[in-house]
Write a protein that binds this ligand. Structure first.
Ligand SMILES: N[C@@H](CCC(=O)N[C@@H](CS)C(=O)NCC(=O)O)C(=O)O
Length: 306
């Protein structure tokens, strides 16, 4: 069976942009399955077990949910050129996904809120578990701009001292891709906003253009039904090692439930295959997919007895 990576994503998804750039950095050929940007996602949730967030990566009968585990899996399977220089890169990744992203969202939706379709607002209320309050986001624009510039300033400072064109020095890596996600999202939604918020920065603009120029590798379109059929025709890859000293006492074979701890907390249930400090892997079966292994990160997720 082919091990060509399949990305389930949609064009305007900032988290997906991280993965597309990772494909570019590794010069990979990948399959693209376009999924809806709101629920329902009938050809997607059978693969993920109910996880609805975007994106997911599929390789045969293995499904990787959340960019943290997606990027780690790409690095493990295609190590050259290296993108992950060490643990700090993962810390940068989580910072970009959470506090930096949390400053980006209200600036965008506070500005565009009135023109966002009602169905999308309603969907995002379900996703976040609270009202999509455009008025509150409007009020937050000014303070969030200050926060955004401050965090972008960390990128500027790092570039000033890195000794190279990239956050880690001479070569691009995960930190660049992760930090750039918010630049891409803000700049794509509100042209000119990034330039305004980084006025006076001398390294940032050229760096952002260099990250964009990494590109997306070679993209091949794939039908969602073909991706389901491929999962069904494939066997999951050998599981990662289970940590017998897992602090929760998780045991392979146990029924467990996994969910995000921030938003989009739809629980995914399955039989535990392995858990270690990086990830948790569940086995699931559906008529559409046969047996699939679904992978989640540990950081940012809750695992409980099912
Ligand atoms: N921590 C997740 C966050 C993913 C996320 O928030 N994705 C957004 C789109 S970029 C989402 O799921 N939106 C709702 C949806 O697509 O249904 C990751 O790193 O993949």
């Amino acid at each position: 069976m082919t091990d060509q990576p399949i990305l389930h994503h949609f064009a305007t998804s900032p988290f997906s942009e991280k993965v597309r750039l990772m494909f570019g950095l590794k010069a990979l050929t990948w399959s693209s399955v376009e999924i809806p940007n709101m629920m329902p996602k009938p050809d997607y949730t059978p693969l993920t077990g109910g996880y609805r967030r975007t994106p997911a990566l599929q390789i045969g009968a293995d499904v990787y949910c959340d960019t943290q585990v997606i990027l780690a899996e790409i690095e493990a399977r295609w190590p050259a050129p290296p993108a992950v220089r060490g643990g700090l890169d993962w810390a940068v990744n989580l910072w970009a996904d959470r506090p930096f992203f949390s400053a980006t969202v209200p600036i965008i939706f506070g500005t565009l809120g009135d023109s966002v379709p009602e169905a999308f607002l309603k969907d995002r209320e379900i996703l976040s578990g609270r009202p999509f309050d455009v008025k509150a986001m409007k009020a937050a624009i000014a303070p969030m701009k200050g926060q955004w510039r401050s965090q972008a300033g960390w990128i500027e400072d790092q570039l000033a001292g890195s000794g190279g064109d990239w956050l880690g020095g001479a070569a691009p890596g995960l930190a660049d891709i992760a930090a750039y996600m918010n630049v891409w999202f803000l700049g794509g939604a509100l042209p000119g906003a990034v330039e305004t918020l980084t006025a006076g920065f001398t390294h940032f603009g050229d760096w952002a253009r260099r990250v964009a120029a990494i590109g997306h590798g070679v993209r091949e379109e794939m039908d969602s039904k073909a991706a389901l059929a491929l999962a069904k025709a494939s066997q999951p890859a050998p599981a990662p090692a289970h940590d017998p000293g897992d602090p929760l006492g998780l045991k392979p074979g146990a029924a467990v439930v996994v969910m995000a701890d921030d938003y989009g907390r739809d629980p995914v249930s399955g039989v535990l295959i392995a858990a270690n400090r990086e990830r948790v892997v569940l086995s699931r079966q559906t008529p559409e997919t046969g047996t699939v292994h679904v992978h989640f990160p540990r950081a940012g997720y809750i695992v409980a007895p099912g």
